[in-house]
Design a protein around this ligand. Structure first.
Ligand code: OXD
Ligand code: MN
Length: 649
């Protein structure tokens, strides 16, 4: 059997004969070796000089048994899925077409912010200096020497007995001037298969590299625990020593010990956001944690909107929304990341650097997101959802989609689960689907446009049960940057935080800043010099609750009513009135026609003075404690203005 764990030596052993036969490649010859290691798939000749050097040094460090250069083909993917199945990492889901379920080691289930570092010579380039005695929450810094030490300790020989996969990938459509290339070296076939969904991956990217030999270096290993014991051979990992490192100066990412999501699919958070934001700063553009959607009004006029919400706050749902407002159409460009830059006419243009959706499964249903449901039941890898006895999947929110009388449920840990009886959730709250974006029935015709789509508005938002109205518009760009900097939201399961605390999450980027947040704010402010056609900025909150604890706004498709108001604002309609926090809809200008539910507009748009006094204080405290000297004066001035306006309420 290929690649099974040999429990005694804790290395992978393999029936190379069968493996090689499966992979037989016309170009694989006797001389396809690198430092004595055989290349079992692909050809070293296809690597550019820099790619080869990068591979060589990491082969030396990690000492894999063999090398596989990925071509991204269907047959390669079949082989990998086969391998994963034989290793017990994934099981097929026969209810659907080419769908698979992975169950991870329960210790490896989410991003690990506390073990994520940015490495620069000077600490201040990575993070602001928090006030004395206060723990910084805007990222973690490591010195280059400590990074080198951490890498050596963990990576030396970590791939012994395993295959090192060379994964060339493009963030953004191959060849677009807005795209960037990466090469991920990994020992996880699960990562390779997922990267094939989430990025443009394979031979075409190597070809593209030959025109300019520049790429982001991404080294990943699931790890080999120091004590030699791999607890769960189907999901090797090393949670104790997990570490995720970024060196912006070298365009380099190194990730060890976790096979999960943002920790291991290095194109996503590590490249497209952390390293991406540092490249964007250098090159004068923006790499953001934002969905991108196209919206067409009943007159057939189309605009694009980008929106930043923290993880698990409904970005995927908004990006794929079926508008309830008649005559409107929404099309999806991306659900998680936007790379945006001003073109020569001063128009902000965005691409979605990703090629797939790595969405939170729980809560996704035909009621909340019918377009996602039409996207995710073919060619998908599910991770940590529950399974059904008829070969399907289940998660919290799918209760109406399955017949509990006919099927038995097995939870994400592989234990029997009974609705109404079992107290723990069937699916892990951060369980995911990983599906090709092109399968989305409302994917935008321009989602792969090489020049990107023109952005007319930027939305910020979060889960705010109290005090924050459904929508308000920033007075201008500078005020909008302040609104982004002051974002807060209830914690969710996408990271390791517990409970329902309201956390500061500026720009929904707190876990993803690649450099000092104060400098990031200055960079955003500097966009004012790049264009006189800046998009309008808004703040939205679908999650406000009444005094009885009920949601005041139904959300989902009804959010199209808010987008309609936003579009009319972009067109210059005078449907807004000033408040101390920004502009909100004038009475009767939010189109509520045909809504099933009565909405208490007074409560939904109430701006309580006491709440906002406290909010401004909390923002002030946050800036003082976390950002200190690095806070741009313009943002401090915006906060003072807000306080004054609240005082005069
Ligand atoms: C994600 C996240 O995985 O934001 O998209 O955590
Ligand atoms: Mn995200």
């Amino acid at each position: 059997m290929p690649d099974i764990v040999d429990k005694k030596s804790n290395t992978y052993s393999a029936d190379l004969g069968r493996f090689a036969k499966q992979l037989a490649h016309p170009n694989v010859g006797l001389f396809n070796h690198l430092r004595g290691i055989s290349v079992v798939h692909g050809d070293l000749k296809h690597l550019t000089p820099k790619a080869r050097t990068y591979l060589e040094s990491n082969v030396e460090l990690c000492q894999p048994e063999r090398i596989h250069i990925c071509d991204g083909s269907e047959s390669e993917n079949k082989h990998l899925l086969n391998l994963l199945q034989q290793q017990g990492t994934i099981v097929p889901l026969p209810k659907y077409q080419n769908c698979w379920l992975a169950r991870t080691n329960p210790a490896d289930i989410a991003r690990v912010e506390s073990k994520t570092f940015i490495c620069t010579e000077r600490r201040g380039d990575t993070i602001p200096t928090p006030k004395d005695g206060i723990k910084g929450t805007l990222g973690h810094w490591m010195s280059p020497a400590d990074m080198d030490k951490a890498v050596k300790e963990r990576f030396t020989g970590c791939m012994r007995g395993r295959t090192m996969y060379v994964v060339p990938f493009s963030m953004g459509p191959i060849g677009s001037p807005l795209s960037k290339i990466g090469i991920e070296l990994t020992d996880s076939p699960y990562v390779v298969s997922s990267m094939r969904v989430m990025t443009r991956m394979g031979k075409a990217v190597l070809d593209e590299l030959t025109t300019y030999d520049q790429f982001v270096k991404c080294l990943h290993s699931v790890g080999t625990p120091a004590n030699g014991t791999i607890e769960m051979p189907s999901w090797p990992c090393d949670p104790e020593r997990t570490i995720i490192l970024h060196k912006p100066q070298e365009n380099e990412i190194v990730s060890y010990g976790s096979g999960y999501g943002g920790n291991s699919l290095l194109g996503k958070k590590c490249f497209a956001l952390r390293i991406g934001s540092t490249i964007a700063k250098r090159e004068g553009w923006l790499a953001e944690h934002m969905l991108i959607l196209g919206i067409t009004n009943p007159k057939g006029e189309k605009k694009y909107i980008a929106a930043a919400f923290p993880s698990a706050c409904g970005k995927t749902n908004l990006a794929m929304m079926n508008p309830s407002l008649p005559g409107y159409k929404i099309e999806c460009v991306g659900d998680d990341i936007a790379w945006m830059r001003f073109d020569e006419n001063g128009q902000l243009r965005a691409i979605n650097p990703e090629n797939g959706f790595f969405g939170v499964a729980p809560g996704t249903s035909n009621a909340s997101n019918p377009n996602a449901m039409k996207t995710i039941f073919k060619n998908t890898i599910f991770t940590n959802v529950a399974s059904t006895s008829d070969g399907g999947v289940f998660w919290e929110g799918m209760e109406k989609e399955i017949n509990f009388d006919n099927v038995k449920i097995t939870d994400w840990l592989g234990r029997p689960w009974v609705k109404g009886e079992t107290k723990t959730p069937a699916a892990h709250p951060n369980s995911r689907f990983c599906s090709p974006a092109e399968q989305c029935p409302i994917i935008d015709p321009a989602w792969e446009a090489s020049e990107g789509v023109p952005i007319s508005a930027i939305l910020f938002g979060g889960r705010r049960p109290a005090g924050v109205p459904l929508v308000y518009e920033a007075k201008n760009w500078r005020h909008g940057v302040f609104v982004g900097s002051a974002m807060r939201s209830e914690a969710t399961a996408a990271a390791e935080h517990k409970g329902k605390v309201i956390m500061h999450d500026p720009f929904a980027m707190r876990p993803f800043f690649g450099y000092n947040f104060g400098q990031y704010l200055s960079h955003w402010l500097s966009m004012e010099q790049r264009s006189d056609k800046l998009p309008k900025i808004f703040h939205v909150n679908w999650f406000r609750k009444s005094s009885e604890g009920k949601f005041l706004w139904p959300g989902f498709g009804e959010n199209s009513r808010v987008l309609d108001w936003i579009l009319r604002r972009i067109d210059g309609e005078e449907c807004a009135k000033e408040t101390p926090i920004g502009l909100i809809p004038k009475p009767n200008t939010l189109n509520l026609e045909g809504m099933d539910e009565d909405v208490n507009m007074d409560e939904l748009f109430d701006i309580p003075k006491a709440f906002w006094e406290e909010e401004a204080q909390s923002i002030d405290k946050y800036f003082k404690e976390q950002v200190g000297e690095d806070l741009p004066a313009a943002i401090d001035a915006e906060l003072k203005n807000l306080k004054n306006r609240i005082d005069n309420m």
